[in-house]
Design a protein around this ligand. Structure first.
Ligand SMILES: [Fe+2]
Length: 121
């Protein structure tokens, strides 16, 4: 069943309840070291616990941002895909950045997961 309140905001791990958070907050995985100007792989999986991908309830997309800069999107169809993806990205400047992933569930709204990355020269 749809939860209308979840569609009026960007949901995070703090939104709760824990069971919903576990299935919706994107989990970002990165290499330990990232060098400026060199490609690296960012893996994003929706939820610590698997989210269903049924026709009536599924993850519609994952967007990836670096801070407020849009990087990429992957769209999903129900049944035949899984919200577990990899992006190859290149960050050009050294320093600390926040990678932000947004996933949208058709019944539970948009969820944000973040991960800090320290880009070295
Ligand atoms: Fe959901």
């Amino acid at each position: 069943m749809s939860e209308p309140g979840l569609f009026c905001q960007i949901n995070t791990a703090a939104t709760g309840p824990a069971e919903t958070v576990k299935k919706h907050v994107p989990v970002i995985t990165l290499p330990e070291k990232v060098k400026a100007g060199e490609p690296f792989t960012v893996t994003i999986k929706v939820g610590e616990a698997p989210h269903v991908m049924e026709n009536g309830h599924f993850i519609q997309f994952i967007d990836l941002y670096c801070g407020h800069i849009y990087l990429s999107r992957v769209d999903f169809t129900a049944v035949m895909t899984k919200p577990d993806i990899s992006f190859s990205i290149v960050l050009q400047h050294e320093g600390s950045r926040t990678l932000r992933a947004f996933s949208r569930c058709n019944l539970h709204g948009i969820w944000e997961g973040t991960r800090e990355v320290n880009v070295m020269t």
